[in-house]
Each structure stands twice: as structure tokens, then as C-alpha cells.
Ligand binder design. Structure first.
Ligand code: HEM
Length: 403
């Protein structure tokens, strides 16, 4: 295997820790296989979620079923809790360095896929998702004790939103009413993550409390969107706008966009993601009450594709090596997947949703699927055949809390 690029140095060993299995006397390769298996659960959720997306777009899909099939109905939870949730929970479990932390990704990935079982009631899968989200939130208790840092606090707020979302879904609340909770889960997790790096640019005392307050407001407004959507959604949009402005103002991306290679690619993905977060805020502020129809699609995918998926594309070359202990070298071809994602999202939302053009909506959605698939295949190829890894040089703090 080629030598690991710098991000690997952000793993448990580099943090001065012993690594999960090393701490327990097991062979490190075993841990890597366990993690790869959990990563595969997240990958399977993504594949199923993409198939479901094609069904929801009304396009031919490899595993068909109508728009009312369990597959199509599970698209949102497959993507948010099954795919991104499993990735995040796995990365946090690696940071925690305790075996029980891995229950969270196992239950989230397993629970998301269990929704697709054609037999039996739906509640066991929903209960597994709830157990996974609660386990994920509990991971932040020891993490917070190790490092009482606003970055951990903001991410913990995201975990609370995830547990709230899973609890509501288990209680039978419909996905559209839970979307703000799901969005808050991912937005707060990413914002906390970016805070670690933003410290390089933060001057003044108020920036960090403002980020904590903004994410706290998102969590507090989740019940408001459910109970009083007419007031809850505009306030939620306002909090999103403040967060988007905060991220643009303080993230190192505004400086690293002027560099080259991986740092520039990461910065471009981040800045594009922040712009989409502002678009989502705009939908909440301009559309009265809970978004529905085209506004619902626009709000959902400005957050989940424009912001979240762009962040996944940005962070994959850093996070996957930390989890798998294999380099994911930067390749210029990653730009192609990222540009395709944003261009087709612009077509889907800007023409399809905004102008009611069904063909643009479908073409844009199909392009979104292609962009995500292209990135995943490129990442898988790069991990399997690292070739000549280029140094991953985005400035990076150690991911794990200091023991
Ligand atoms: C990759 C391309 C994607 C396509 C083509 C796509 C397509 C769709 C469509 C057509 C809908 C139904 C919208 C409506 O009812 O108006 C939908 C709903 C949804 N999508 Fe996506 N999606 C994609 C990716 C994602 C991702 C990556 C996430 C999350 C990380 C996500 C989360 C959701 C959620 C939460 C819903 C709401 C589900 C519900 O109401 O039951 N989507 N998606």
C-alpha cells in the first residue's frame, strides 16, 4: 500500500491514542474490516436511496416499485440516517475508541436497510433507527467529558436533533414534518466540524458563542416548525441564514480557495455548499408556512444535496483515510463530479422547481444521481488503487478530542 497522506495522521494513533482495537489487544486489521463492513452498510443505504430517488423522479430505476413502494417511501431516511448518518456515526466511533460506539453506525445502517424488508411490520426498523440515533447522541457524553469544546457541543446538538427525528419517525410522524430535525442533525454536525478549522480565522470573542447560539436556535426551532409552521419555518430560515453567513465569514475556505490541488477543491465544495444553505434559508423565509410541492423539493435538496453532499465530497479525502487507514488521494477528476452535482442541482431547482419545468426537474435529478454515483465510484477506485497520492494539505486539526 502506498504511504498514507497527511489526513491519516489525524487518526487515533496520531492523536496520541492507541486506536480502538490496539487498546483492547485485537489486531488493527480486524478493526479496519469491521469499519469497512459498517461503511458498506452506509454504502448500501446510498445505493438503495439513489434507486428510490429515480423512482420518486418517475424515471426507470433498476429496482423499480411505484412512488408508494417501501423503497420510495424510505428514500429520505435511507439517505440521511442510513448513508450520511452511518458515515458520521462511524467516524465519531473511531474518535471515541470504545467498542460500544460502533453500535450507532451498525443500528443506523442496519435499521435504514431493514425498512426495505418486504415482509413484517415497519416498527422494528424504525426502532433500530431510534436506538442508533440515541447511541450516537450518547457517544457525545464521553467525547464532551474529554474535550469541553464548543465544536463538540455544536455537534452534540446535531445528535440531539437526530435522536428527536428518529423518535418522531418511530412514533409514526410523517417524514415531511421531520425534515427540519433531519436537516439540523447534518447542519450542526458539519458546522461543529468546520469550527475546528475556522479558529484559524476567528478574531474576537463572539464568533464561537454565535455559532453555538445559531445551532441551538435550529434545535429549539425544530418543534416550532412542527407545531406552528407559519412562524417556525421563517425563524428556522433566519437561523439557517445566520449559519450560512457565519460559515462564509469564518471558514478557512475563503483563504484556501486561492491555493491549488486538494485545498482548492475542498474550498470550492465548501463555498458552494454554503451558498446552497443560503438558498434553503431563502425558501423558508419566502414561502409561507411549511414548504410543499416544488418548494419542498427545493428546500430538501438545497440542504441535502447542495450543502450536505457537497460537504461529503469535500471531506471524503480526509475522513475515509481516517476510518479505513487507506489513502484516498485527491484526483482532479473529483472536480467533474462536484461541478456536475452543482450544475444539475441548479437545473433541478432553478428551472425545474422555480419555473415548474418537469423535464428540467427530471433531467436535473438524474444528473444529481449521476454526480453522486460518479464521486462514489471515483472514491472507491482511488481507495482500491491509490496510485500516486498527493498530499492532502487542507489545514487540519486532530479530529479526536484530546484524551
Ligand atoms: C442524488 C440525487 C437525489 C435525487 C434525484 C433525489 C430526489 C428526491 C425526490 C424526487 C424527492 C421527493 C420530493 C418531493 O416529494 O417533492 C426526494 C425527497 C427527499 N430526499 Fe432526495 N434525492 C436525492 C438525494 C438526496 C440526498 C443525498 C438526501 C439526504 C442526504 C435526500 C433526502 C431527501 C429527503 C429527506 C426527502 C423527503 C422524503 C419524504 O418526504 O418522504 N435526497 N428526493
Amino acid at each position: 500500500m502506498s504511504p498514507a497522506p497527511r489526513p491519516q495522521a489525524a487518526g487515533p494513533r496520531a492523536a496520541g491514542g492507541r486506536g480502538l482495537t490496539a487498546a483492547r489487544g485485537a489486531r488493527p486489521e480486524t478493526a479496519v474490516w469491521h469499519r469497512a463492513l459498517l461503511l458498506a452498510l452506509g454504502g448500501a443505504s446510498l445505493v438503495a436511496g439513489l434507486d428510490a430517488a429515480l423512482v420518486l423522479l418517475g424515471l426507470p430505476a433498476p429496482a423499480g416499485g411505484g412512488a408508494a413502494s417501501p423503497l420510495a417511501a424510505s428514500h429520505g431516511t435511507l439517505m440521511v440516517l442510513g448513508f450520511v448518518g452511518t458515515l458520521i456515526a462511524l467516524e465519531r466511533a473511531v474518535a471515541l475508541r470504545r467498542a460500544w460506539g460502533y453500535a450507532a453506525p451498525a443500528l443506523l445502517g442496519g435499521g435504514a436497510l431493514a425498512q426495505l424488508a418486504p415482509w413484517g411490520p415497519a416498527w422494528p426498523a424504525r426502532l433500530a433507527l431510534l436506538a442508533g440515533a440515541v447511541a450516537f447522541a450518547l457517544v457525545y457524553v464521553p467525547l464532551w467529558r474529554r474535550q469541553r469544546d464548543p465544536a463538540v457541543l455544536v455537534q452534540a446538538l446535531g445528535a440531539v436533533a437526530a435522536a428527536g427525528a428518529a423518535g418522531l419517525l418511530a412514533a409514526g410522524v410523517a417524514v415531511p414534518a421531520v425534515v427540519p430535525w433531519l436537516a439540523t442533525f447534518l447542519i450542526a454536525t458539519i458546522a461543529g466540524e468546520r469550527l475546528e478549522l475556522a479558529r484559524l480565522r476567528i478574531r474576537g470573542r463572539w464568533a464561537e458563542p454565535l455559532l453555538v447560539a445559531g445551532n441551538g436556535a435550529l434545535v429549539a426551532l425544530c418543534p416550532a416548525t412542527l407545531l406552528w409552521p407559519a412562524a417556525g419555518y421563517p425563524l428556522f430560515g433566519l437561523a439557517l441564514l445566520v449559519l450560512a453567513a457565519w460559515l462564509v465569514r469564518y471558514d478557512v475556505a475563503r483563504a484556501t480557495i486561492r491555493s491549488t490541488g486538494l485545498p482548492r477543491y475542498v474550498a470550492a465544495c465548501l463555498l458552494a455548499g454554503y451558498a446552497w444553505l443560503a438558498v434553503a434559508a431563502g425558501v423558508c423565509l419566502l414561502v409561507p408556512g411549511a414548504p410543499s410541492g416544488a418548494a419542498y423539493d427545493a428546500f430538501l435538496h438545497a440542504v441535502f444535496l447542495g450543502f450536505v453532499m457537497s460537504m461529503v465530497m469535500a471531506h471524503a479525502p480526509v475522513i475515509l483515510p481516517a476510518v479505513l487507514r487507506r489513502p484516498l488521494p485527491y484526483r482532479p477528476a473529483m472536480w467533474a463530479a462536484a461541478v456536475l452535482l452543482h450544475a444539475t442541482l441548479l437545473l433541478r431547482l432553478g428551472v425545474g422547481d422555480a419555473r415548474g419545468d418537469a423535464a428540467a426537474w427530471q433531467w436535473g435529478g438524474a444528473g444529481n444521481v449521476l454526480a453522486v454515483l460518479a464521486f462514489v465510484l471515483l472514491a472507491a477506485y482511488s481507495v482500491a488503487r491509490p496510485g500516486e497520492p498527493r498530499a492532502a494539505t487542507e489545514p487540519r486539526t486532530v479530529r479526536e478530542p484530546r484524551p
